[in-house]
Design a binder for this molecule. Structure first.
Ligand code: SF4
Length: 91
């Protein structure tokens, strides 16, 4: 019997794919009433892309969130102390 020391969360078959993210973003929850404008979404993704907390280009290790998904939600904000690098969209 072989024992692997690889955490299953780090295995490739547990990584979130672009297709999975697209499927989530196409769900009814991501309607215009809940989502950030495209320019805000792009700015959030750019900030996360340069942040050392972003793992594998999709997961924020500060909150465990899938960034391409949560950055689309207007009420979400970066979890870093002091208000984070990006904030909820003001109403
Ligand atoms: S949400 Fe904040 S802490 Fe997480 S990756 Fe983006 S900028 Fe970094």
């Amino acid at each position: 019997m072989s024992i692997t020391s690889t955490c299953k969360g780090c295995r490739d078959d547990y990584k979130v794919t672009d297709a999975q993210i697209s499927r989530i973003l196409a769900s009814p929850m991501f309607n215009p009433g809940n989502t950030a404008p495209d320019d805000v979404y792009a700015a959030r993704l750019a900030l996360c892309a340069s942040c050392p907390k972003l793992q594998d280009g999709v997961t924020c290790i500060a909150c465990g969130c899938i960034i391409p998904v949560v950055a689309k939600l207007k009420e979400r904000g970066c979890p870093l102390p002091g208000g984070g690098l990006w904030q909820p969209v003001a109403e």
